[in-house]
Every structure is written in C-alpha cells, then in structure tokens.
Design a protein around this ligand. Structure first.
Ligand SMILES: [Zn+2]
Length: 242
C-alpha cells in the first residue's frame, strides 16, 4: 500500500520514495506526494528524478486499489530510489478551487437543503451539480455572496479521522452521495471554520489551510438539466490591476 503523504500534508511538494512496481510506463511507489485523480479533482502532474535522470509524470490514477503514476519513459525498475516533485502551482490552484467548492456546497446545502450530485474542478473554473426545487439565479447569487463573506478571511481548515459508523451518524457529513465505499472503515474528516461550522465533510482531497488563501468567487454560467441536475460554474474573481 502506498503511503499517501498528501492526506496529512497538503503543502508537501516533494518526497523520496522507492519504486515498488513497474508496468510499461506506469509505476507504483511506496509513498507519494502526487494526488490521484478522484472526487471531481484532476490529478497532480510533476516529475520524478532517479540517478540524475528526469521523468515527467503526466497523470496519476487509482487503478485496482493502487496509486499509479504515468511517466514518459519506461526504464525505471523495482527498487529504484526516486525523488518526486509535484507541479505546485497547479496543485495549489486545485486546492484553492476544491476548498472553495466545500464552502459553496456547505452554505448551499445548509440554506436550501440542496444535495450535491456532482462536482468537477478545473484550473480556471469549477462546476457544481445539485438538486434544487427552484432554480433561481437570485438564490445562487445569494449563496455566492454568502460564500464570499468567508473567502479572504481567517477561517482555519483542519483534518481529523473518525470511525465510519460514527461519522455517518452526523447530519450532512457525506454530502456527495455514494462517495465512500463500505470497505473504508476510518474516514478522513475535513472541517472548515474553528468548529467546522462552515463545512464538515468526509473527504480524501487536498485543501488550503485557511480561507484567507481563497479569492472571492463569481458565477460564470448556469445550466438547468432538470430538477435533480442544476448546474452552476464559478471562477475566482481576478484582482483588478488598479
Ligand atoms: Zn475536500
């Protein structure tokens, strides 16, 4: 089992590791800083260095329960010692968008009872799918306004662990329906706000440490795909040059 360093240290940019398995251009490591694609978040990219030779990591995926790194050459061997570095600028942007998505989901579901049915993070925008009886631009604008009162301000984010059965007793703990297979007994809990009052979720992703690090958001587009599939896109507001 690969040790997933990003779970407890979201700001870790590199690590030393040992190659445990090689199949063509795919390698498995004993530990990794690379986040594998999942939960609506794209994977990290970056590089692996072995004996002065550099290999590009183009994507990282979960395959058959393993974390698989796709590299651009196939000469690595089992037992090789490597240095892994993620593309930090990309990761940080994804962490910002992913954390912002938590806050938006938290306020939306608290205020309207909406359930999040899907979420896709990108580098320039994020997409949100949810169910909501009345799909009204004003309601969503109000939610964006509310989320924006948190962004840029001092609200810490913490990570803890909880037994699955205890966690699922708490209301609103798993907003993304069906996200966690029963085989996972201990859930990683991400809490935003001093007591998790802004959002508390069972979640395996990477987040910033404080909402101070998140810019304000704005809606780019709304789509109505039926009562159970409302869709909204938002992006960060660019700071004006003035
Ligand atoms: Zn998350």
């Amino acid at each position: 089992m690969t040790d997933l360093l990003y779970m407890d240290e979201c700001y870790l940019k590199e690590c030393e590791a040992i190659v445990e398995e090689v199949v063509d251009d795919k390698i498995v490591l004993n530990k990794t800083v690379f986040y594998p694609q999942g939960g609506g978040v794209p994977s990290d990219t970056g590089k692996i260095i072995c004996e002065g030779q550099e290999y590009k990591v183009s994507k990282v995926k979960k395959e058959d329960g393993k974390i698989v790194h796709y590299i651009d050459k196939t000469v690595l061997q089992k037992g090789n010692q490597v240095n892994c570095t993620i593309d930090w600028e990309r990761r940080y942007k994804l962490m910002q968008y992913h954390t912002a998505a938590h806050v938006f989901a938290g306020t939306l579901s608290t205020d309207t009872g909406a359930l999040i049915t899907g979420n896709q993070i990108e580098l320039e925008k994020t997409r949100f799918d949810f169910n909501l009886e009345t799909f009204d631009k004003e309601i969503l604008e109000k939610q964006v306004e509310k989320a924006n009162t948190f962004f840029g301000n001092d609200h810490p984010i913490s990570i803890s662990y909880m037994l699955r059965e205890e966690a699922l007793k708490l209301p609103g703990m798993v907003k993304l329906a069906g996200a966690f297979p029963p085989s996972i007994q201990t859930l990683r809990i991400v809490s935003i706000g001093k007591n998790g009052e802004i959002d508390t979720q069972a979640d395996g992703g990477c987040h910033v440490a404080n909402l101070k690090e998140i810019p304000k958001i704005e809606i780019i587009k709304m789509e109505n795909k039926g009562k159970n599939n409302r869709r909204v896109y938002f992006k960060f507001v660019e700071k004006s040059q003035s």
